[in-house]
Write a protein that binds this ligand. Structure first.
Ligand code: ZN
Length: 281
């Protein structure tokens, strides 16, 4: 199932894409946490909670497939070639940081350049959504905790990520609009192997990042098991699994985002996430 959060005429809802341009809205009685649970356990059940009238996706505003309570957990330096371009080695343990859920935006919503940064950069990432509560999850069955997968952009202000706030990454990673996600969440049953997906980012149509998720240093099952030793994972929690080489900061000379540019992230089977960059507020 391709699961969408959307708004239409000011009302927020969830739905399932039944055709490329039509979606079936889900009953508002279905709690959003339950949508993530069903995606992991019985995705076909979602449509039985569908409302009779389908909607043309041209009439909706896309929202991120996430909850206000979602923990947004991010993994740094999880592709060796990206660790290298950022001037480091592959880490001995996963590098973990976070963004606030308040920075998440949907497909076609604008990325707003902050007035206090001149180094806003892109990071195409495979994002994993959790569908079951869990703690100390075993690696061998960890993928059973996954609700689904989607495209994400770990937008990063490099001038605030490093150095300035005492070496803490949070502020540089979590400016408003710095978490494009979507366009939809694809339930786990439709992604037989999340470690065999092509991931590509195009800036104004030019390919800047292209890799396979097979190159992840720490794989998704390992990450879920590892993180669940520290944190109880809940339905709706998100794991940004890291970005491959080709970010702006790794280029010579460095290349940062400008107002008017358009970013498109595509992952096999997970659709295309497009966002325009707009001027500082
Ligand atoms: Zn990242």
């Amino acid at each position: 199932m391709k699961i969408v959060q959307f708004s239409q005429l000011g009302k927020v809802g969830w739905g399932v894409l039944t055709e490329p341009t039509r979606l079936t809205p889900l009953s508002p009685a279905l709690a959003p946490e339950e949508i993530f649970r069903l995606a992991a356990a019985q995705p076909e059940q979602l449509l039985s909670d569908g409302l009779p009238n389908s909607i043309d996706v041209g009439s909706i505003q896309w929202l991120p497939p996430a909850l206000p309570s979602s923990k947004v957990i991010c993994i740094g330096k999880n592709y060796a070639d990206h660790a290298k371009e950022m001037g480091g080695d592959a880490p001995e343990l996963p590098v973990v940081f976070s963004k606030f859920a308040s920075c998440l935006i949907g497909h076609r919503q604008p990325i707003v350049l902050p007035a206090i940064s001149t180094q806003v950069d892109w990071e195409a990432e495979l994002v994993v959504a959790i569908g079951r509560r869990g703690r100390n999850i075993p690696v061998s069955s960890a993928l059973e905790w996954v609700a689904g997968y989607c495209c994400g952009n770990d937008v990063s202000a490099r001038d605030w990520q490093k150095g300035r706030p005492g070496g803490q990454w949070l502020l540089g990673k979590t400016f408003d609009t710095f978490g494009p996600l979507g366009p939809f969440l694809v339930s786990r049953d439709e992604v037989p192997d999340p470690h065999q997906l092509q991931i590509e980012l195009r800036l104004n149509g030019e390919v800047m990042q292209r890799a396979s998720t097979g190159l992840l240093i720490y794989r998704i099952d390992y990450l879920i098991a590892h993180l669940s030793q520290f944190i109880t994972l809940e339905p709706g929690d998100l794991i940004f699994t890291g970005t491959p080489a080709g970010v702006g900061a790794g280029r010579t000379p460095p290349r940062f985002l400008q107002a008017g540019e358009e970013i498109e992230i595509e992952i096999s089977g997970l659709g295309k996430l497009k966002n325009r960059v707009v001027a500082a507020e």
